[in-house]
Ligand binder design. Sequence first.
Ligand SMILES: *[C@@H]1O[C@H](CO)[C@@H](O)[C@H](O)[C@H]1NC(C)=O
Ligand SMILES: *[C@@H]1O[C@H](CO)[C@@H](O)[C@H](O)[C@H]1NC(C)=O
Ligand SMILES: *[C@@H]1O[C@H](CO)[C@@H](O)[C@H](O)[C@H]1NC(C)=O
Ligand SMILES: *[C@@H]1O[C@H](CO)[C@@H](O)[C@H](O)[C@H]1NC(C)=O
Ligand SMILES: *[C@@H]1O[C@H](CO)[C@@H](O)[C@H](O)[C@H]1NC(C)=O
Ligand SMILES: *[C@@H]1O[C@H](CO)[C@@H](O)[C@H](O)[C@H]1NC(C)=O
Length: 440
Amino acid sequence: MVYSQPHVYATIFALSVLKACALDSYIAAVYEHSVILSEDTKIPVSPEDALMLMNKNMDVLKGAIKAAALQGARIIVTPEDGIYGWVFTRETIYPYLEDIPDPQVNWIPCTDPDRFAPAPVQERLSCMARSNAIYVVANIGDKKPCNSSDPKCPSDGHYQYNTDVVFDSEGKLVARYHKYNLFVTETQFDYPKEPEFVTFNTSFGKFGIFTCADILFHDPAVVLVSKLQVDTVLFPTAWVNTLPLLSASQFHSAWAMGMGINFLSANTRNSSLDMTGSGIYAPNGPRAFHYNTETENGHLLVVELSSHPRLSPTYPIAVNWSSYATSIKRFSPDDRNFSGVIYFDKFTFTELTKPEGNRTVCQKDLCCHLSYRMVEKQEDEVYVLGAFDGLHVVEGEYYLQVLSDGRLINQNGTSKAVLSVTLFGRWYEKDPPHPQQAFP
Ligand SMILES: *[C@@H]1O[C@H](CO)[C@@H](O)[C@H](O)[C@H]1NC(C)=O
Ligand SMILES: *[C@@H]1O[C@H](CO)[C@@H](O)[C@H](O)[C@H]1NC(C)=O
Ligand SMILES: *[C@@H]1O[C@H](CO)[C@@H](O)[C@H](O)[C@H]1NC(C)=O
Ligand SMILES: *[C@@H]1O[C@H](CO)[C@@H](O)[C@H](O)[C@H]1NC(C)=O
Ligand SMILES: *[C@@H]1O[C@H](CO)[C@@H](O)[C@H](O)[C@H]1NC(C)=O
Ligand SMILES: *[C@@H]1O[C@H](CO)[C@@H](O)[C@H](O)[C@H]1NC(C)=O
């Protein structure tokens, strides 16, 4: 095709206008919410009582959304189960659910609340987004009627889904995501038939969304990043901190770094369940995080992020560790190894008795080599090096092994005492089938 000169100028002009509208950076917010729980979730309540409880939580979220918008935030993430809590049966969650339409219907609940059945929660969230001109991400429950024409239809005549919704700054519903990897205790919800890969575009980057335990699995989490190339992941969660491998700030920040994306994680706060740890994480490290062991309070984080981290000058260069990994010589073997259990997985360990040293510990084909030096070791402290290669089977089934090219180096020491240092590898191909696919 041949363009005349004026046409080319017009094209260049249009491109530069587009560029001016797109933002290189934006302000993001996450809110760690101390959820107000129902007094009794074993007996069903009326829809009015359910809404009353949800309104109490939304009153709190409204304050956080407003405060975030006043600080210039373009988007705010609120936690999983943040509007009604978590301990329910299939029957007792029902009054809390709304029918959430496919975003393709192009709906602003705030200005057109009656278009789809009663939807007071969607209406209120939409209005909070609209009146503060901010994207609002929330987690609520979706119900979808079905009948015997669908062989998988539950006997009570509807599906119930753990669902994330996103309303844009005009209050329009722009994303709906049904959680694919339910946690074992979430018997109140159904698995969607297929994983959903939900993304949406904004002037400040492309976004993807998934929920809590989804982070441990390939679909949809890895696909959103590697295939759909999102810039930022939105992550509502109700995460129980489980040391030494699965503490919220540690794990979510590591996922952002490993996958090379921004990650906005909003956790719930509950001290008796060890739920805390929210953050705004970038590929080169945490930008802001909150880990609260003192109070039951909620907490707002607001910080600036690159809209397209892959284009940012500080984006970490991809490294191929393979040649390094294959060149490592195993350190002197240690026959004083022993077995121990971490979160139900049987590790092989060796104790780090000396102030500095080089150690190797192996399990099956997996060997871990460690060079270390301790600045200080208290009388009551014990440090060990451990390896695990196998299928984790409690509270979710997933295969763990650090692949042959894993490496972690710290040259400058740490600013605080080390609690745990972990190379956490997932071998997705060795996972058992997803529950929805395993029992058709
Ligand atoms: C059963 O569900 C299908 C699909 O959702 C719908 O088209 C049909 O009208 C329903 N049948 C009855 C009897 O409700
Ligand atoms: C987002 O924008 C890209 C091009 O910038 C386009 O290819 C993609 O289809 C858009 N995605 C959505 C969900 O609109
Ligand atoms: C934390 O969660 C537990 C279990 O759901 C509940 O009994 C307790 O009341 C919650 N704590 C607070 C402060 O809400
Ligand atoms: C990494 O390096 C190894 C050789 O050491 C090579 O075989 C492999 O293809 C490289 N991987 C990538 C992704 O470049
Ligand atoms: C401990 O190390 C010895 C020698 O390296 C090895 O033969 C043995 O299998 C190891 N024991 C465990 C529990 O890994
Ligand atoms: C550990 O190994 C490194 C080389 O990999 C060597 O420089 C160092 O002296 C060793 N440290 C000890 C305590 O053996």
